[in-house]
Design a protein around this ligand. Sequence first.
Ligand code: FES
Ligand SMILES: [Fe+2]
Length: 369
Amino acid sequence: MTSPSLIPTLAGSYYTDPAIFAAEQEHIFEQMWFCAVRGQDIATPGAFKTVRVGRESVLVSRGPDGGARAFLNICRHRGATLCAEEEGSVKRTFKCMYHAWAYDLDGKLVAAPNLVKMPDIDRVEFGLRRVHVREWLGYVWVCLAPSPPSFEDEVMGACEERLGDLAAVERYGIDSLTVGRRIRYDVKANWKLIIENFMECYHCATIHPELVHVLPEFAGGYAAQYYVGHGAEFGPGVEGFTVDGSAGVTTIAGIAEEQDRRYFAVTIKPQVFLNLVPDHVILHRMFPLAADRTIVECDWLYLPEVVAAGKDLTNSVELFDRVNRQDFEACERTQPGMASRAYANGGVLVPSEHHISAFHDWLRGKLEA
Ligand code: FES
Ligand SMILES: [Fe+2]
């Protein structure tokens, strides 16, 4: 029996099987560009953050020249985790707590007990293992692959494909915005459920009353990601992208007229959601920890003068915080169903969700490769 309106989803096991999750870590998160850290969070040389990328702990820091650096967070001597903290800063070296091997901000081995008596040790070869880095939109992106895919094609290309051109995202000046608020969500659901949810708006009328009030066209179920270059327009009487439609804060000056009073959303596979509105930008980074658990870190970014002036951001932040909680609750509600025999062969996508099928094809392609 077939219904042309319906396209099958992935089978339930894709969302529960640890072997599939391990394959995703290997072929997706450890191969692609991964948005790891907000650049301002490691503002000065020696400031660092440790993040989980695939199955690795990665140390993201800044070198003496101010450029971002990333290393596998593992001591080259006997393998102790180098930095155990989630964040911190060092003056000149990262020093291992075990036998005191010390590495400079470029990862080179610079000191170790009795090192001078072992002149044959190559200090670069036994330095920290480097990870590729790029800085874009004010974030440090890392890639664990020995030869990374093109950042221009994959990351910038995703924005271009969705918005029509790269200038559309550059006009928001995201690299010069400041984090006004950050919320970390611990979601008991597979990362793909979170992406699929973000890609469709069939659920908007049911679970997002505040969002639909601000963006009435969302009641129709068609996501802002459905048409190239389309942004959902604010409803009549709505003054800003806030929980009650009240005025927001200062509009980002560089945006184009056609970007005013509109919301644009972009998915940058595999772990970033970018949301653009006239006075702020909301960026989600996902950190998949297990088949059924994903940390989502969400940044609300505003003009620096807005944050410096201590403007009240409550109504502004609350809108998407509510949307996030509504979405993640639905994802958590769905996760147990993935293991049910009712979902052994998966579910179905209705026409306004058909584009999710391309994501499923992409995923299968990655895992087969
Ligand atoms: S394991 Fe780090 S110094 Fe020995
Ligand atoms: Fe949603």
